[in-house]
Write a protein that binds this ligand. Sequence first.
Ligand code: URA
Length: 248
Amino acid sequence: MKETQRLDKLLAHAGFGTRSGIKLLVKQGAVQVNGKTVKDSGMQVHPEKDEILVDGEQVLHKEFVYLMMNKPPGVISATEDLRDRTVLDLIGPDYAHYDLFPVGRLDKDTEGLLLLTNDGKLAHELLSPRKHVPKTYYAEVSGAVTEKDGEAFRRGVELDDGYVTMPAELQILSTGDPEAGRPSKIELTIMEGKFHQVKRMFEAVGKKVVYLKRMKMGPLLLDEYLALGAYRELTDDELAGLRKEEKR
Ligand code: URA
């Protein structure tokens, strides 16, 4: 991290408004650095060493933010899209200045665990194919999923583009009944993240995913209390778990 930075930039990052709004705060005498009222909103400050107060309250500086979201269906996991709403459109103004992006992608109709951060290094490590970070999905699949499918997934199946998947672990929670129109309920853990991978793996064994939700990524578990579209910051323990994965 850079040693010092502009005061207005730091305050913008901490959620105190735009640079012009911050200029006004400074003009009003509301900002102090190390006990002195500031005159220049462009002055250099050190985020850890300098004590910065706005209206008498200490500004807590955070460089990186880590949010867990329960992604709802119908939004795109990208930072912008010309047609559709993105997961960033669901993030409130408190985090608007952090340049967040989603770590990896879930399909538009997929729900569940999505990590958003501005920590490019951590994201890069978690997505690195050589790390094989396991991801667990809950899925509902039309027709009867059987142990034979489990064996096929363990061995690896050939996708429509000829790619053969790495060993994956299938757990059948309940077997569906095609006659009654009841889907199978399963959990699948994959160690890679090819495009539409879970859906294409089931296609490879002649079945169709009708509902998909990510439950787990590495050590990170979807918080069951997060409603669809809701998000929260990771706890220190959750972040420590991810950092271990990063170093692996
Ligand atoms: N596999 C899929 O098919 N879709 C997702 O969104 C994630 C994994």
